[in-house]
Design a protein around this ligand. Sequence first.
Ligand code: ADE
Length: 247
Amino acid sequence: MNYYVLSLFPDMIESCMKTSITGRAMEQGYITLNSINIRDYSRRKHNQVDDYPYGGGAGMVMQAEPICLALDAVNEMTKSRARVVYMTPQGKTFDQNIAKELANEEDLILLCGHYEGIDERVIESRVTDCISIGDYVLTGGELPALVVMDAVSRMVPGVLSNKESGTDESFEGGLLEYPQYTRPEEYDGMKVPEILLSGHHANIEKWRHEQALLRTAKWRPDLLENADLTEEEKKFLAEFLEKNTCY
Ligand code: ADE
């Protein structure tokens, strides 16, 4: 996976990506990062990249030219025509399925805006995907691009070790993950559930699955609407909810 990030703050992208698992993945060559400063493609005095919006209104808009010149330079670097993902609160809300889909790409170009956004003509002519990381407005697209790269990188084969990669993790199978515990067996008067100490793998699996169902029902009931629950799972949840008004 080769990332090309177009931004006004390339240091922010680089320092974050160098950290932890994405940093290791870069060292091992599973992912590469090319962060490009859009300002380097300005042809104006003081490398300016923004201007007042036509029609008036608050703030400044990033101009089309430096972004398009930066995109031209990136297209020269990529083998194929890579997808150009613009980070914007107006985009499709990012989720695990989009992360998986993007992880299949060889090259990904991420475009980070600032100020009041970018000239619409860039979006019309160059952008293939608009992605939002949620219904709130950030000061720029850098944090969203980092969120997307982090989630996508975990899906790239080899990035996570066998120990780290989980088929049990949240959103796999449409459910949240079951609760996890580690040593000590008792902390501050709170005990690890007995079943996890039993060594009985089948019972542990069953308990974990039930916990995942309950946790999803409690915290993200919207996920259950789309989950393909078996009759047995539905019965388990209905019985539990009947017995417990509070969980
Ligand atoms: N840029 C500013 N806010 C954003 C958001 N919520 N998602 C993606 N890009 C953004």
